[in-house]
Write a protein of this length. Structure first.
Lengths: 245, 522, 364
């Protein structure tokens, strides 16, 4: 049995009496690629919020390696090596593609360090490599504000790569992408997994199938089923709440 | 038994004037005699308590009382003289002035004081009691007791009681002294304490009793002070509530930050001033100008608010910092416009007669009437706002637009109109706050600036978007301010409250009554 | 979005020419005291009034830079920067009061006149050290910095942003104003400090003192411009812009937003404090009115008029609005507040990027 990177046990989140997460448990191992699916309101995004420190769980254990994430703020968690791509691509519109990636690049994050920061040749090469990977080389000096929706998705994936995290949380990466881009993304995520752990939340079942990974189905804030895509697609409970309709 | 006492009392009361009349007529001849006789007569007249004695003794004091050669006493009536005993006009021939010496004058002073105790005018009776309190002598005990038994006005009686205790403390009767000390202790006033402290040196034998009474007074006084501080705090809190309620609507519900809110309060105060000036010439209307100015102030401020929202604010929805700057500019323009129109000096809005004066609550707690009215007004406006939001069509549409603008629009609600009305509503409440402020503060162009920051503090402290939070926040800030004032002074109390709010926000960034998932910006 | 000096600007002809105009304007400004020394009948002679008024405006421009750094870059709209400016002014004012020595009306060797008048027997402890110029300057920087540090820490840590922060800072300056109005604070109460005699051995109100202070202000302006420019061009500048536009996203990238905001807020307060320290000897008076919330918000409108998020804009706004104010308050004093209020409205409605936005549009 390999080492657990992410460990959630009995996690509940209650907003004003509404249970967004209900006794959720989840283990992601080192180098694993995990897909998470579930109907709207199943708690997928809330789970991401809990892991990244945006939302505090009402109860339960959330660990990243030996670190207790429930006591940390977003920045500390990010610096531990957890990167997140948001469902709605968010970046810094006033900055260029290059600058967005530069901000994401793993480097000292303090104010003085940022003030003294100079772009080394190696850092520049890494940024250029990532721009190549996400197909934005031609737009390096365009403001993020003028990118198309698909390009914004790519830029955010690029920012995630720049952070060089140990665990990537990817929320709906292929919304608004062409079929070709979707394939490209799937290949990219499969390649990343292995050295890092990746958790992908997605609606697009073809994409999940292309990932070929273990799948967790969430429903009403709790885990409904877990296994291969074929396994969960044949699970009667899953069919009832999600797939079978 | 009870009935018997009652009947006896009535009989005594009926008998009193008759007896007095006899005494009055009987004392008259003495006035024609020598100084000794005059003084005796004066004393007799003083204790008789006849209503005719007062003008007679006054005439004597002023040197206008005449005696006829036949010994009848003549009282000036207009230009003529009248017989003091019968009231019939009398011949002035041969009459001469009744003379006074020091002994008579002294007797006169005492007699007049006692007579005033039974004067029909309450103010005169109170003045007499105060005069006796100052010049107290053992002789005053009896007339005071008589007067107290007949006194119907509680305020005057309290002063008579004080004078009686003072007189008893200088009288030789030891048990009466102890009784007076106990009664003074129960009275629990500052004057009673001063009197006891004075008696402490003169009566070494009674020190223990006096000290017990003083301690009891001090307890009463500190309790009363606490009650009065609480009242002042609640009244300040109501002012803050009035100023903040409008903000709770425009900032809390709509998320629009309006720095001109204070100027809308100021407009309301000037509206009050204008209504007062308009009513000045109509005597039957003048006392009611203040209630009349409530709708006037509401309408003027609401119109200004609607114009501001439709003309300017709606163009920059979703940009709170810009809205803040812009509305600050609007506030500046409004201030300057009012300054040019009305002048920079303070304008006086007077309180109607039914709001003046102080009210004595049980326990000797005195509250000023206008502050009391402001508390009542604040609560009334709060209830009005709650009712408008809960129970009216407009309130329903307003809540719908706040919760989901798009869906509200698809259901046929004209969201633009609702925005304008909501903003006008909040601004109108500010105008009503101005009516209340005109009663306790100077009406000047920068009236609003002093309140705007406090009101924002109330809204932030109470929780944005929660009327209950606004109520609790306003009352808390008001009371805390007033409680701190004696120790720290008004300014440092303000600074302290500000620091406390900043620390409070550390623990509850969204205020006391935080609404989840909604804020001016996320 | 706002045009920042930070962004690499391929083909930014408008920005280049703006920078040239700025350099030209600053050179012209530097010439003013020289022209003042020309004989009065010379065509190029510049009056004392112009020199002293522009010296004052330079300190305003520094304040505008400080506000722009916090607001234009990091999105922190402080409505209390006038407080930092005034605190700097009070620090140097205390030094100037101590330098009066026995030349006061009451002739007391150490106590300033107002303390003699109020019956002080000795200097309060917090007045010690202010007889040394370096200490006073240090305090003019440190006190605003410390205050900004405390307020900023409390506010940023609990994620008070946007209008909430603006209101808190406004309440801060309001509370300070009330406090400084009090006689028992030991800062001269209502009247503040005035009747200064000298600074660094140089009698005030002489042409040479005027030009020295003028050049000191200009030097500080250049220094602040350089510092802000450095920050704006650095990665820190980009982080600040990122915080301004999407604060929580920056957190998920691993940046401690509180630290960055605190850094820029404290720095901005310190710059404002220094500006105040140069302002007071030039105008010869400091009183609690400087703390009034109106002053702070007026300074914010300079930046808005010029164009926030651009350093040149802050300078442009400070000079142009104050020129308008000086002109209008002499011609039609009643109209000034209408004009200022109108500026607030017009800029937010029609010129969200300020005059600079207008120029760069025209340049394209």
């Amino acid at each position: 049995m390999s080492e657990a990177v992410l460990y959630l046990d009995g996690v509940s989140v209650v907003f004003d009496g509404f249970r967004a997460l209900n006794n959720l448990s989840l283990i992601v191992e080192a180098g694993e690629l995990r897909a998470i699916i579930g109907p709207n309101g199943a708690g997928k995004t809330t789970m991401m919020d809990v892991i990244t420190g945006k939302t505090r769980p009402t109860a339960g254990v959330v660990r990243f390696r030996e670190h207790d994430l429930t006591k940390m703020d977003e920045a500390t968690i990010a610096n531990l090596g957890i990167g997140r791509k948001f469902q709605k691509p968010t970046m810094f519109d006033a900055l260029t593609v290059f600058e967005n990636l530069e901000l994401a690049l793993k480097a000292p994050r303090g104010p003085m360090a940022c003030l003294r920061w100079t772009l080394s040749g190696e850092a520049r090469r890494r940024i250029e490599a990532v721009m190549e990977e996400v197909g934005l080389s031609a737009r390096a000096h365009d403001r993020a504000a003028i990118l198309s929706h698909g390009q914004r998705q790519w830029l955010e994936i690029g920012m995630l790569l720049m952070q060089d995290p140990e665990l990537l949380l990817v929320d709906e990466p292929v919304a608004g992408m062409t079929d070709q881009e979707t394939e490209h993304t799937a290949a990219l995520l499969v390649r990343i997994a292995g050295q890092r752990s990746v958790v992908v939340v997605e609606h697009d079942l073809e994409f999940v199938r292309a990932l070929g990974s273990k799948v967790t189905v969430l429903c009403e804030g709790t885990m409904l089923s877990e296994g291969s895509i074929d396994h969960v697609q044949n699970d009667p409970r899953v069919i009832e709440v999600y797939l079978g309709r | 038994m009870k009935h018997f006492i009652l009947v006896l009392g009535v009989l005594l009361w009926l008998a009193l004037p008759a007896r007095a009349q006899d005494a009055f007529t009987a004392a008259l001849p003495g006035l024609a005699g020598g100084f000794g006789d005059i003084a005796t007569s004066v004393e007799q007249l003083g204790t008789a308590g006849d209503p005719r004695a007062l003008p007679l003794l006054r005439a004597l004091q002023e040197g206008k009382l005449q005696k006829a050669p036949d010994g009848r006493i003549l009282l000036p009536q207009g230009a003529d003289l009248a017989d003091a005993a019968t009231g019939q006009p009398a011949d002035a021939a041969g009459a001469e002035t009744v003379r006074l010496n020091n002994r008579v004058r002294q007797a006169l002073r005492g007699a007049l004081g006692r007579l005033q105790l039974v004067s029909p005018d309450a103010a005169e009776r109170a003045a007499a009691a105060d005069a006796i309190f100052r010049s107290r002598s053992a002789d005053d005990v009896k007339p005071l007791q008589t007067a107290i038994a007949r006194e119907s006005d509680a305020g005057v009686r309290a002063r008579m009681e004080l004078a009686l205790a003072a007189a008893q403390l200088v009288a030789p009767d030891e048990s009466a002294k102890r009784d007076a000390i106990a009664r003074l202790g129960a009275a629990g006033t500052v004057e009673a304490r001063a009197l006891l402290l004075e008696a402490r040196t003169a009566n070494p034998g009674l020190i223990t009793a006096i000290d017990v009474s003083i301690a009891s007074i001090e307890r009463t006084l500190s309790l009363r002070q606490a009650a009065e501080t609480l009242f002042q705090g609640l009244s300040l809190g109501s002012v803050l509530l009035l100023a903040a309620l409008g903000l709770a609507v425009t900032f809390g519900v709509m998320g629009v930050i309006n720095m001109a809110h204070g100027e809308f309060v100021m407009l309301g105060a000037y509206a009050t001033f204008m209504v007062q000036e308009a009513c000045r010439g109509i005597p039957w209307l003048a006392p009611w100008s203040l209630p009349l100015s409530v709708p006037a102030a509401f309408l003027i401020a609401a119109a200004a608010g609607a114009a501001l929202e439709r003309g300017l604010i709606r163009h920059i929805y979703g940009r709170p910092l810009e809205t803040l700057l812009m509305t600050f500019g609007v506030g500046m323009i409004l201030q300057q416009a009012v300054r040019l129109a009305f002048g920079a000096q303070n304008r006086e809005v007077s309180s109607p007669p039914w709001m003046q004066g102080t009210l004595m609550l049980p326990g000797g707690i005195s509250v000023t009437q206008n502050r009391l009215w402001i508390i009542v007004f604040g609560i009334a406006v709060l209830l009005l706002v709650v009712a408008a939001i809960r129970f009216t069509r407009f309130g329903l549409e307003m809540r719908a637009v706040v919760q989901n603008r798009r869906i509200a629009a698809t259901m046929g609600i004209r969201t633009g109109r609702v925005d304008a009305l909501t903003f006008a509503f909040g601004s109108g409440i500010a105008g009503m706050a101005g009516v209340a402020l005109s009663q306790i503060d100077n009406v000047s162009p920068n009236l609003g600036t002093g309140y705007i920051i406090d009101s924002f503090m109330v809204v932030v402290f109470g929780g944005v978007g929660s009327l209950a939070g606004t109520l609790v926040g306003a009352l808390t800030l008001g009371v805390v301010n007033k409680v701190l004032e004696p120790y720290a002074g008004a300014v440092l109390a303000k600074v302290f409250v500000l620091v406390a709010i900043m620390l409070f926000i550390q623990r509850r960034p969204r205020g006391l009554f935080a609404l989840k998932g909604r804020a001016a910006e996320s | 979005m706002s045009a920042s000096l930070a962004a690499p600007a391929p083909g930014g002809f408008g920005r280049m020419s703006l920078r040239l105009v700025l350099i030209g304007a600053l050179l012209l400004l530097a010439l003013l005291p020289v022209l003042n020394r020309l004989p009065a009948d010379s065509a190029l002679h510049v009056s004392d009034f112009i020199v002293s008024v522009s010296g004052k405006w330079i300190t305003y421009a520094i304040l505008a830079l400080a506000i722009d750094l916090a607001w234009g870059y990091a999105g922190i709209l402080s409505l209390g920067h006038g407080a930092f400016f005034a605190l700097g002014g009070y620090a140097i004012g205390m030094h100037l009061m101590r330098l009066i020595g026995p030349r006061g009306v009451y002739g007391h060797p150490t106590l300033p006149d107002f303390m003699v008048f109020l019956g002080y027997k000795e200097l309060p402890w917090y007045w010690s050290g202010f007889d040394h110029f370096p200490f006073a300057i240090l305090m003019a920087v440190a006190v605003p910095g410390l205050l900004a540090g405390i307020v900023g820490f409390l506010a940023f840590r609990s994620r008070i942003t946007g209008v909430y922060l603006s209101i808190i800072t406004q309440a801060l300056t309001y509370a300070l104003m009330l406090a400084f109005f009090r006689n028992d604070m030991g800062f001269g109460g209502n009247n503040g400090f005035t009747d200064f005699k000298e600074l660094l051995g140089m009698p005030l109100n002489t042409p040479s003192a005027r030009s020295t202070l003028f050049y000191a202000s200009l030097l500080l302006l250049l220094g602040a411009l350089w510092l802000c420019g450095w920050i704006a061009r650095s990665k820190l500048g980009r982080v600040l812009v990122a915080i301004r536009d999407a604060e929580s996203r920056v957190r998920f990238l691993g940046y401690d937003v509180t630290q960055h905001k605190l850094f820029v807020f404290v720095l901005s307060a310190m710059i404002a404090g220094l500006a105040g320290a140069l302002y007071v000897p030039q105008v010869g008076i400091i009183n609690p009115g400087e703390f009034s919330p109106g002053n702070s918000i007026e300074a914010v409108i300079w930046v808005a008029v010029g164009g926030r998020g651009t350093l040149v804009g802050a300078l442009l706004g400070a000079f142009s609005v104050n020129a308008l104010k000086t002109w209008l308050t002499t011609v039609a004093p009643d109209l000034w507040l209408f004009a200022l209020g109108g500026l607030f409205v017009a800029v937010t409605l029609f010129l969200p990027r300020g005059l600079i936005g207008l120029f760069s549009k025209a340049a394209k």
